[in-house]
Design a protein around this ligand. Structure first.
Ligand code: TMP
Length: 236
């Protein structure tokens, strides 16, 4: 596999073309952002940890027959992935109230959400990723009803698989964000799954071990990610 030109630079990852038209290389950087990219810091080893974490989780999801973009771990900070045509709609699944749900609805943080809540957001930093719904996504042709139905089905399957996996590691999967894309017409899970895009709490103490440590200035951000990885058995 030959690495070619940079084709996209996101807030935490850089995407490179390859000599295979169907494959990309994702480079996980140490950059950590908040407030839609207004605040950015480098956290040593974060890129490497998220790359290995993502590979581990995506393989678990593939084992559960969930189609993902992941192909192979290439180096400490890089993975080979399928080239998807990304859908600009972020899917959030919530098992417990936190973050924007608490701010929007005034519910108490930590309240159990039964059944889990499924939400859609437009992927647009300038607009601060506004919440949308199926009707909005269909009208603006961001995704079809059929695609949105499949995205929801897959997101809830991911939730079932990962809730159990994290529970066995003594962790609560509070909420998470997923992005999907099309690979030869099929809806496939894309982007990454890491503590950057999920909330993970210790089951007993409710200690936050995810990006909220950065957002809330709690310190020991990468240490939190490493603790989660170690408990899951992610090889670092
Ligand atoms: P929220 O509470 O800020 O809406 O976020 C819900 C979950 O989704 C949380 O784990 C963070 C993640 N998320 C992202 O990673 N990126 C995003 O752009 C959004 C909207 C949420």
């Amino acid at each position: 596999m030959e690495k070619r030109e940079e084709i996209y630079r996101g807030k935490a990852k850089t995407v490179f073309a390859t000599n295979d038209a169907d494959k990309l290389i994702l480079y996980f950087r140490d950059d950590t952002s908040m407030l839609d990219g207004q605040k950015i810091e480098q956290l040593e080893r974060k890129g490497e940890i998220n790359n290995r974490f993502n590979a581990f989780i995506m393989q678990k999801l593939e084992d559960a027959n969930i189609p993902t973009q992941f192909d192979t771990l290439l180096s400490t900070n890089e993975s080979i992935v399928k080239k998807l045509q990304m859908i600009p709609v972020e899917c959030v699944v919530r098992n417990y109230a936190a973050g924007s749900l608490v701010r929007r609805l005034g519910v108490e943080e930590g309240v159990a959400l039964e059944p889990p809540i499924f939400e859609l957001f437009l992927k647009n930093d300038k607009l601060h990723d506004p919440i949308i719904n199926e009707s909005v996504a269909i009208t603006f042709r961001w995704a079809s009803l059929e695609q949105l139905t499949r995205m929801k089905e897959l997101a809830l399957q991911v939730n079932e698989v990962l809730t159990k996996l994290f529970d066995k590691a003594g962790l609560i999967l509070v909420d998470f964000k997923l992005e999907f894309g099309l690979f030869h017409g099929e809806i496939v899970l894309g982007d990454e799954f890491s503590p950057d895009g999920a909330r993970l709490w210790d089951k007993e103490t409710h200690k936050k071990l995810d990006k909220d440590r950065f957002r809330q200035g709690l310190g020991e951000v990468v240490e939190g990610y490493i603790e989660v990885a170690n408990r899951l058995g992610v090889p670092l």
